[in-house]
Design a protein around this ligand. Structure first.
Ligand SMILES: NC(=O)c1ccc[n+]([C@@H]2O[C@H](COP(=O)([O-])OP(=O)(O)OC[C@H]3O[C@@H](n4cnc5c(N)ncnc54)[C@H](OP(=O)(O)O)[C@@H]3O)[C@@H](O)[C@H]2O)c1
Length: 253
């Protein structure tokens, strides 16, 4: 990788930084010499992270709270007059049980994953515009490539985000703000620890964070990883009957 692409010396706001991918990414980017403003709901986990890394600043924020956008924007600006990047990573996953459906769950997941991402972006936007080379990074999912069992809520929230970022990218060209969508495959985190199905090519959050940190520096339109899973899912997507009737149901243990 060219040294020009290494993300360093920047001020980055990262949501969902208390566990899993976000925590590992906060540590990875902090170790590269960036200042990370780390957000999640869990204040204690953020404080512990900041205690271990002098360039990580904890900032508790529940992304589902639209009423807190102005407040968090002010808090961000107390730490820095600008943001070079925002990494919109906070997310949740709940599955639909079609035999006893909890339809409210669809709204819960959408509120965090879709509207929560937009709330955080709204808070970040003015500070991003104060940076010479702003970059918006959205963490979506390879789950949008094919429909997974019970993922009605999770998958549709991520598919909505994919479209949102693709459309946003078009509108931000004139403002010279780059937009990258990152689509991870299966990463071992508290979110996937709850999964009761096989997860091909599962990787550690540290490995995912290293790959993401490298990719972010290049500012691609989209970064899907691991490539093996992406191409496998894309190929299976061409045979919907096989996917829907045989493979997707068989992924459940
Ligand atoms: N793991 C995978 O295989 C995988 C694959 C594709 C995409 N992703 C995506 O990657 C992102 C991170 O997932 P992960 O696997 O690392 O899960 P995780 O370990 O459960 O982390 C989720 C993070 O989001 C935060 N969060 C949840 N609800 C929030 C809210 N309302 N407001 C603010 N922060 C909130 C959590 O902290 P608090 O609970 O303290 O708020 C935590 O820091 C998610 O967007 C997920 O959809 C994960």
């Amino acid at each position: 990788m060219s040294t020009v692409d290494v993300v360093t010396g920047e001020v980055i706001w990262l949501t969902g930084a208390s566990t899993g991918i976000g925590r590992s990414l906060a540590i990875q980017l902090a170790s590269q010499g960036n200042t990370i403003i780390a957000s999640a709901r869990g204040q204690q986990a953020l404080n512990e992270l900041a205690a271990e890394h002098s360039n990580i600043i904890p900032l508790a924020f529940d992304v589902s709270r639209q009423d807190l956008i102005e407040e968090v924007q002010q808090q961000l600006s107390q730490h820095s007059g600008y943001l070079d990047r925002v990494i919109l990573n906070a997310g949740t996953c709940e599955y639909l049980d079609i035999d006893t459906p909890d339809w409210d769950m669809m709204q819960r997941v959408m509120t965090v994953n879709y509207f929560g991402t937009i709330n955080a972006l709204a808070a970040a936007m003015p500070l991003l515009q104060a940076s010479p080379k702003p970059h918006i990074v959205g963490v979506v999912s390879l789950a949008t490539v094919v429909p997974f069992s019970r993922a009605e809520a999770y998958g549709s929230s991520k598919a909505a985000l994919q479209y949102f970022f693709d459309s946003l990218r078009v509108d931000l060209v004139k403002k010279h703000i780059d937009v990258t969508v990152i689509n991870p495959g299966f990463v071992k985190t508290p979110l996937t620890d709850k999964n009761d199905f096989s997860m091909p090519f599962l990787m550690s959050s540290e490995e995912a964070a290293q790959r993401m940190a490298k990719a972010i520096g290049k500012r691609p339109r989209q970064f899907d990883f691991p490539g093996r899973l992406k191409w496998l899912l894309k190929a299976l997507g061409f045979i919907p009957a096989l996917w829907n009737k045989v493979i997707a149901p068989s992924l459940r243990v």
